[in-house]
Each structure stands twice: as structure tokens, then as C-alpha cells.
Design a binder for this molecule. Structure first.
Ligand code: 5RP
Length: 215
């Protein structure tokens, strides 16, 4: 699937305009996108990054990393996903960067999601749904999630997010109403964010292949 990821990332370059500030996600697909940006780092004004990992890669290519507070709204955000349904709703957060990813998606006019074909699903939920939680609320949030969904939250032990928080992965979901579940999980005290991107889905999905599919 690595070639499909690279092809999706290359196709996303057609959405990049000269002088833009580009929102940049996290993960192995986005790494190809950063490398593509890095072929001509002067072409864009800079990037807003969703993780320390992407920041490091952007800087290695000589791309300036800017603070979202200073840039204001962004024209373009490019990011990967763990799952994508037919309505361009996503599960994200496999790389634990969901909160910053959600912030940048919300701040962006156009969200271009780059995936390989294995990420396409009819119903979201086969991939365990990540939830970022404040450390002291870990058990409380886990109990609330069991009561709410009947599914099984599992603590991603050893992982601390860039924001100093923890991740619970919810196994065994079948998400038939993603907007409602996103809202319900967001209401639990101690939840920082949930990796369901349904209220603000992607605008464009590029599925890597020869040639890539754009929808
Ligand atoms: C990170 C993410 C990634 O976009 C998602 O995990 C996909 O990663 P990859 O491109 O490596 O398959 O949400 O938090």
C-alpha cells in the first residue's frame, strides 16, 4: 500500500497553490506529501503542522512551520485517515495526533484527505476509534464510553500525545450515526477530542492508485 499512499500524496500537490500556507497532517501518507512539498520548499509560504513528527520533517525540508494563531484561516489542509466512508467522514488518530488535526481541519476551507484503498469502508468502526483524554479522567471516560456504546475502550499504553494526554481506542464499534456519536463522546468530561471527523468531514478524498481516484 506504500505506492498507493505515495500516489495519493502526489495527486494532492495539484491542490497546492503558489504562496499558500498549507495545513499538514500526520502519518506515513502525509510523509510522502511533505517530501513532495520539499522538492520546491520556496513555492509555499509555510505550513501549519498537526504534530511534532510532521514539524520535524517539514523543517528538514526547509519549510517554515507557522503558528495557527498567527496565520488565521487556511485555504488547504492535507491529511491521511484510518478509515473513510462514502460521505467522506473519517476515523483518524492512529498516529495520536487527532486533536491538532481536528483543529486544523476546522480552520481550513478545503480538507483534502489522502488514503490508500484499504481505508475505504461502508460503515466506520472496524478501525478502533481513538479518543484523546486528560490523564486523570482515563478510567472515568472509559466507563462512560462502555455505558454509551457497549464497546470496549483500550488504553494505548506508553503513548503520550503532543498535548500531554492519553489515548483510548474504542474497539468493536459499528458507527451508523457518526455525527451523533462524535457529539456524544465530545460531551464526556475529560475528553479532549474524538477521532471521528463527521461534523467536519473531508471535502475531497484522493484514493491512491494508477491513476488515483478523486471524489
Ligand atoms: C494520525 C492520523 C493519520 O492520518 C492516520 O493514522 C493515517 O496514517 P497513515 O497515513 O500512516 O496510514 O490520523 O493521527
Amino acid at each position: 500500500m506504500t505506492e498507493a499512499k505515495r500516489l495519493a500524496a502526489e495527486k494532492a500537490m495539484s491542490y497546492v497553490e503558489d504562496g499558500m500556507i498549507v495545513g499538514v497532517g500526520t502519518g506515513s501518507t502525509v510523509a510522502y506529501f511533505i517530501d513532495a512539498l520539499g522538492r520546491d520548499p520556496e513555492r509555499i509560504r509555510g505550513a501549519v503542522s498537526s504534530s511534532e513528527q510532521s514539524t520535524e520533517r517539514l523543517r528538514r525540508h526547509g519549510i517554515e512551520v507557522l503558528d495557527l494563531n498567527a496565520t488565521g484561516p487556511l485555504a488547504l489542509y492535507v491529511d491521511g485517515a484510518d478509515e473513510c466512508d462514502g460521505a467522506k467522514r473519517l476515523i483518524k488518530g492512529g498516529g495520536a495526533a487527532l486533536t491538532r488535526e481536528k483543529i486544523i481541519a476546522e480552520a481550513s476551507q478545503r480538507f483534502v484527505c489522502i488514503i490508500d484503498p484499504s481505508k475505504e469502508v461502508d460503515v466506520l468502526g472496524r478501525f478502533p476509534l481513538p479518543v484523546e483524554v486528560v490523564p486523570m479522567a482515563r478510567s472515568l471516560v472509559a466507563r462512560k464510553i462502555v455505558a454509551l456504546t457497549g464497546a470496549q475502550p483500550v488504553w494505548r499504553e506508553g503513548v503520550v500525545t503532543d498535548n500531554g494526554n492519553l489515548i483510548l481506542d474504542i474497539h468493536g464499534l459499528r458507527i451508523t450515526d457518526p455525527v451523533a456519536l462524535e457529539s456524544a463522546i465530545n460531551q464526556i468530561p475529560g475528553v479532549v477530542s474524538v477521532g471521528l471527523f463527521a461534523r467536519r468531514p473531508a471535502d475531497v478524498v484522493i484514493v491512491g492508485g494508477e491513476p488515483p481516484t478523486v471524489r
